[in-house]
Ligand binder design. Structure first.
Ligand SMILES: Nc1ncnc2c1ncn2[C@@H]1O[C@H](COP(=O)(O)OP(=O)(O)OP(=O)(O)O)[C@@H](O)[C@H]1O
Ligand SMILES: [Mg+2]
Length: 317
């Protein structure tokens, strides 16, 4: 893994104009394990995917749960450091820095992270625009950018949509964490429908993960639920509510060895990165059909389809 995301930059590894895929995690309701899944995805990408430059960005402006779950101390630089210093790269914490400041008993992380300040009064000064700027900076230096957001608020101008929409328009991917409860289902459907119908985002970019699936949900109920969701997004599978998974997550470990979490997350990573390392583990084996590059004329990221890319992009073998 590389420790300095911006300075230690090997130009042979990047092709000019190519940007890292961005994977956004939002919840259909609170408390569904959305942040845990974002963190586990970053770790799985770095370990199973052998990706050196994975960046996890906390963008849930209503709380700062990445720092809490990672047990990162409040003394570390955060997004607020960017506002004070004007230097975006100061907010990026390398895995070595993060691990050196975390308790000895928690397993090391293998990804870079950008945290939010734990003090709500400082956090409330951070704007959605500042977050998207940080994501765009990460996209130019990283192999993959994972973004943790709060519950998906279906209202068009909501805080979460102010971050999600601009990024989706630039070709990011969204994974909505949901559960088979009426509230979560309704929110998930409304949020996804708003994105496709009103905001013009293609369904190809939108996925759903069913989280904390309990024994009480019968297989035919789960199938009916998936069928309903598949009209508005790609279903990536479900993760059961499990005591061992919960205990691992609460103790700061990554429950990635068992069959509960990794198949779903590897499926998402395969879909977003197309890397063969994820194929064997993935529950859903769907490779991406487009990639994001800089449109040099307008200096903005755009999604290009694979067919266009293989004609235009010299690095494609
Ligand atoms: N599959 C699971 N089995 C058991 N417990 C789980 C599972 N997934 C998540 N949890 C637990 O659920 C709780 C909420 O997880 P997490 O904070 O990741 O959710 P969230 O959706 O980000 O919540 P918030 O709305 O607070 O941001 C945590 O205690 C976590 O350990
Ligand atoms: Mg969360």
């Amino acid at each position: 893994m590389s420790d300095d995301l911006f300075a230690d930059h090997d130009p042979r590894r990047r092709v000019a104009g190519r940007l890292a895929p961005v994977l956004l995690f939002a919840g259909g309701a609170g408390g569904l394990g959305n942040t845990s899944l974002a963190i586990c995805t970053a770790q799985l990408a770095a370990t199973l995917g052998k990706m050196d430059r994975v960046v996890l960005i906390d963008a849930d402006l209503t709380r700062s749960d990445v720092a809490t779950i990672l047990r990162a101390p409040a003394s570390l630089p955060t997004t607020a450091t960017v506002a004070i210093t004007g230097a975006i790269d100061r907010a990026f914490l390398a895995p070595g820095t993060l691990n050196a400041h975390r308790p000895a008993h928690v397993p090391d992380v293998s990804f870079h992270a950008v945290l939010l300040p734990s003090d709500p009064s400082i956090r409330s000064d951070i704007t959605p625009h500042q977050i998207t700027q940080i994501v765009e900076a990460a996209q130019k230096a990283a192999d993959l950018v994972v973004v943790n957001l709060g519950p998906a608020d279906p209202r068009p101008g909501s805080l979460v949509n102010q971050i999600v929409l601009p990024l989706l328009r630039q070709g990011a991917w969204l994974s909505l964490t949901t559960e088979p409860s009426p509230t979560s289902l309704a929110n998930t459907e409304q949020s996804l429908q708003f994105l496709t119908d009103a905001a013009g985002i293609t369904r190809d970019r939108l996925s759903v993960v069913v989280s904390r699936l309990s024994d009480a949900v019968k297989p035919d109920q789960a199938a009916a639920f998936t069928k309903r969701l598949s009209k508005v997004a790609h279903p990536m599978g479900s993760i059961e509510e499990n005591t061992k998974v919960g205990a691992d997550l609460r103790s700061g470990s990554f429950p990635l060895r068992g069959r509960y979490v990794s198949p779903v997350l590897a499926g998402l990573l395969l879909r977003v990165t197309g890397r063969p390392e994820f194929e064997e583990t993935a529950a859903v084996k769907d490779a991406p059909r487009s990639e994001v590059v800089i449109d040099e004329e307008n200096d903005v990221p755009v999604a290009v389809t694979r067919a266009t890319k293989s004609r235009r992009m010299p690095w494609k073998k």
